[in-house]
Design a protein around this ligand. Structure first.
Ligand SMILES: [Zn+2]
Length: 274
């Protein structure tokens, strides 16, 4: 059975007709939704559709030179959850809050950029973005940058990405026990936030995610200084740790920072049990 759709670009009015291939529909079944991009000169028209070929969302992104100009409204929390699922949303937010270099990889740089914008907006955290397909080969990749790239660019750049956390935003996320425990805290925050009104939600997320960002930053400082993470010393910096906080912290440090478990959670001689 083949499906196709016709959609009008809200920016310039051009009508696009598209017939998703079998592969794309299969991917949509796994992920809930996939996107296709149409290049309209000074802007890109992105259409998200589901496994039935039903159009679920439209978006227009304006790109200029090597930087991507301020574009349409970022995805909201609901949309991020619908696109990727709540657990993947929690994973993406965790990756963004970790302060090391991060690459968001996608079949579409537009989707990766929109996701970056949403993570920035939700967390209130300023991190520079670089669209990698336009990056000169000799250019230095800045620390703290979020690299936006498609899978082709990833293959070309693989040797320059040491120390960069690579996150494929469309890859299906099947959390195991370790991931579920590590992400529980941020999942709870997402769930609470979804029950709040717009302004309350924004403040709530900024406060909660700001605290987590601070935790990671201080933990990395301590690790650099001492070679091991001591919870007592960390508590001196950030105040009392809540029960779920170390779990999330250790998960993020090992998942995105490549920190060995042996260096985590030493509270004197007593190891925090994971
Ligand atoms: Zn257009």
């Amino acid at each position: 059975m083949s499906v196709s759709f016709r959609v009008r670009c809200p920016r310039c009015g051009r009508v696009e007709e598209y017939e998703p291939g079998e592969e794309e529909l299969k991917a949509a079944e796994e992920r809930g939704v996939v996107s296709v991009s149409f290049f309209h000169g000074d802007h890109t028209f992105v259409v998200f559709f589901d496994k039935s070929g039903l159009v679920r969302r439209l978006s227009v992104i304006k790109a200029a030179g090597g930087t991507v100009a301020a574009s349409t409204k970022a995805f909201l929390l609901e949309e991020i959850c619908t696109l990727f699922g709540r657990e993947k949303a929690a994973y993406l937010l965790s990756a963004f809050l970790y302060h090391g270099r991060l690459a968001l990889i996608s079949s579409s740089t537009d989707l990766a950029f929109k996701t970056y914008q949403a993570l920035k907006e939700l967390s209130g955290l300023e991190r520079p973005a670089l669209v990698v397909e336009e990056l000169g080969s000799a250019e230095e990749l800045p620390e703290n940058a979020v690299l936006i790239m498609d899978r082709k660019a990833l293959a070309n750049l693989a040797n320059r990405l040491e120390g960069t956390a690579l996150v494929d935003i469309e890859a299906p996320f099947r959390p195991g026990r370790k991931e579920k425990r590590g992400l529980k805290m941020i999942l709870n925050i997402i769930e609470q936030a979804l029950h709040l009104g717009e302004e309350g939600r924004r403040l709530f997320l900024r406060e909660k995610l700001g605290r987590m960002r601070n935790l990671v930053e201080k933990a990395v400082e301590l690790l650099d200084k001492k070679g091991i993470l001591n919870e007592d010393l960390l508590e001196r910096e950030v105040g009392r740790l809540e029960k779920e906080e170390p779990r999330w912290l250790y998960y993020v440090l090992s998942e995105f920072g490549g920190v060995e478990p042996a260096k985590l959670g030493a509270r004197g001689v007593r190891e925090f049990s994971l």
